[in-house]
Design a protein around this ligand. Structure first.
Ligand code: PHE
Length: 338
């Protein structure tokens, strides 16, 4: 009997040494200690032994049982610990991994330039005002001294909605709307979308302008020139100069087109400025008396106005060669500007 128990113990300990997961451990428990186990068989047979042998065998069986149970408990807690470690490491965060890339939005170059224009004019006391994009003929043309049949209507390829309703072709109608509402002095900056039926490398059917208007008693052409020089130097750099070329707009008299020192060659002459050293940036002039007549301003009032294309300024500032890129919404283009 002793031999049988020894062999059984050896066999079971050998088997237990091979168990490495909880499922196998459960089967081992059934096999080693369960009702049909050899150990149970031995225990049942103890009753038929003589008293001395009964005692000895009982002690051996109990020793075997408790020894085995302890081994099983140890293994079980080791397996539990392993399982816990495994789940902890599965849930843990590897702080050495590179972070997830979050794409930041960027301001559109038109917005950046418009903000800059606003910041340049704010210290001069200009208020920002806006007007409707669908405009009445009166504000877009008539009150700006462009009567029906006037050839100047052909200067801008107008989108008509009705006979007398258009998509505004410039921001100048905001001059009229503002002066009809307010008495002089008036000092405004009027940004917005404008529309012309045109499409090529330097024209899109929608683009942005910003209008400037300064009206008061005693405003002179030299005030206009000084204001524009201040603007050009702030926008394109301190060493920038301007020149005014005589031009024509129905709503200003005299009128001028303004050039700045070429942003590329700084005046030496290059392809961008067609070897002139100058780049055109805006139109301007002294407000025409007929315009003041339309808004009911008295005779002793004078003023100047100017209007520029925002995309054009942005193209010069950021050296963008194709106007259409502003509106294709390719983020690789749009996220480059600060
Ligand atoms: N409105 C003119 C244009 O779109 C620009 C301009 C504005 C000219 C104000 C003179 C004065 O071409």
């Amino acid at each position: 009997m002793k031999e049988r128990l020894k062999d059984l113990e050896k066999g079971l300990i050998g088997e237990l040494a091979l168990v490495d997961n909880k499922k196998d451990l459960e089967s081992f428990k059934v096999k080693a200690l369960g009702r049909k186990s050899e150990l149970q068989q031995i225990m049942k047979s103890i009753g038929s032994l003589g008293p001395e042998e009964k005692r000895e065998t009982g002690i051996l069986v109990n020793g075997l049982k408790s020894g085995l149970q302890k081994k099983i408990d140890d293994l079980e807690s080791r397996l539990n610990e392993q399982e816990k470690q495994r789940s902890i490491s599965a849930e843990s965060v590897d702080v050495s991994l590179p972070g997830r890339h979050i794409r930041l939005g960027a301001l559109h170059p038109v917005t950046i330039v418009l903000d800059r224009v606003r910041d340049i004019f704010r210290p001069l006391g200009y208020d920002v005002v806006t007007g409707p994009e669908i405009e009445h003929d009166f504000y877009n043309f008539e009150a700006l001294n462009i009567p029906p049949e006037h050839p100047a209507r052909d200067m801008q390829d107008t989108f008509y909605i009705h006979d007398s309703v258009v998509l505004r072709t410039h921001t100048s109608p905001i001059q009229i709307r503002t002066m009809l509402k307010a008495k002089p002095p008036v000092r405004i900056l009027a940004p917005g979308r404008v529309y012309r039926s045109d499409y090529d490398i330097s024209h899109t059917p929608m683009f942005h302008q910003v209008e400037g208007l300064f009206v008061d008693r005693g405003v002179r052409f030299s005030d206009l020139k000084g204001t524009l020089l201040y603007f050009a130097r702030n926008m394109f750099g301190e060493e920038t100069n301007i020149r005014l070329r005589p031009s024509y707009f129905p709503f200003t008299e005299p009128s001028a087109e303004v050039d700045v020192t070429c942003v590329m060659c700084r005046g030496k002459g290059c392809r961008l400025c067609k070897d002139t050293g100058w780049i055109e940036i805006l139109g301007c002039g002294m407000v025409h008396p007929n315009v003041f007549g339309h808004v009911g301003y008295p005779d002793d009032i004078t003023g100047f106005a100017f209007g520029m294309g925002i995309e054009r300024i942005a193209m010069l500032k950021y050296r963008i060669s194709d106007l259409r890129m502003f509106f294709e919404n390719d983020v690789r283009f749009l996220e480059q500007f600060i």
